[in-house]
Design a protein around this ligand. Structure first.
Ligand SMILES: N[C@@H](CCC[C@H](N)C(=O)O)C(=O)O
Length: 278
């Protein structure tokens, strides 16, 4: 199996051209390939597939074998992969995902290679029935509370392609992400689990984020999580609708436009190609 290893600000993926190879059990393959000691090592696998309704289709499977609806860092890597291999020959195109059609636009360098990708991530949803989250189906969960180990936490939850929960903290470095992350991810309030973002507000246009991802654990960056974090920061009065999200390996630019559509701009890197045996 030929693959490419890519990452978006340290959120790393194994990209596989799965066209014509749809009958493989990719959920169980993801668990083995993503293993950091006996596999290639990654937060998830990205599958390139043909689409009847868009230019191309992306599937994202987490390192635990669960399938997600969307992946922000993943779609930038995916876009670079399909463009630079000539699978898609346009610099602005449509990608079918389980979260709907997502539209990346490539920013090319002087050699015609992809340097950054600006992605129209679509609109967030705040209804509990969409996130999904227990409670009145049409109610929102902006600055509400949940209890973990008997302690009350203020959270904001929303759907940004995938479910996200945001907690504001004084210092992201001091958060016990390995303890609190999985407890909120699997909290009974979230029937399909949630990604968990710890957000430190720097000023009106800058935040720092650390994410515990559903199905992948602590990652170095989360694209959909960065979008959700800027939206939650704005709704809670901390930032403007446009802000930089500072992550361990760099920055994502996020803009929640007045039209409700969210744009994410950031890099995508290809690290190596390989052949996987088992
Ligand atoms: N890393 C991603 C999100 C991947 C999916 C997530 N783990 C889930 O199951 O919801 C991103 O960059 O958005």
């Amino acid at each position: 199996m030929l693959f490419s290893k890519m990452h978006g600000l340290g959120n790393d993926f194994i990209v596989i051209d799965a066209r014509g190879k749809e009958d493989i059990d990719y959920n169980s393959l993801a668990k083995r390939m993503c293993h950091r000691h006996i596999g290639v090592g990654a937060d998830g696998i990205l599958l390139v597939l043909d689409s009847d309704i868009a230019d191309i289709r992306m599937r994202i499977i987490n390192s635990d074998g669960s399938e997600a609806e969307m992946c922000g860092n993943g779609i930038r890597c995916f876009s670079k992969y399909v463009f630079e291999r000539g699978i898609v020959k346009k610099d602005k195109f449509k990608v079918e995902t389980l979260a709907g059609i997502i539209e990346p636009e490539l920013i090319l360098n002087e050699y015609g290679l992809v340097e950054k990708v600006k992605v129209n991530m679509g609109k967030p949803s705040f209804k509990r029935k969409d996130i999904p989250m227990i409670g009145e189906p049409d109610d929102t969960a902006i600055n509400t509370s949940i209890f973990v180990d008997g302690k009350e936490y203020q959270i904001t939850s929303l759907l940004m392609g995938v479910p996200h929960t945001i907690l504001f903290v004084d210092d992201v470095e001091k958060v016990d992400i390995y303890n609190l992350g999985p407890k909120i991810e699997k909290h009974e309030a979230f029937p399909r689990k949630t990604n968990v973002n710890f957000v430190q507000v720097i000023d009106k246009n800058n935040i720092k984020v650390r994410t515990w991802e559903r199905g992948a654990g602590a990652t170095f960056a989360c694209g959909t999580g960065s979008c959700a974090s800027v939206i939650a920061s704005n709704l809670n009065g901390f930032t403007e609708r446009k802000a930089n999200v500072h992550l361990y390996f760099g920055t994502l630019e996020i803009e929640w436009q007045d039209s409700d559509v969210v744009f994410m701009t950031g890099p995508a890197e290809e690290v190596f190609v390989g052949e996987y045996f088992e």
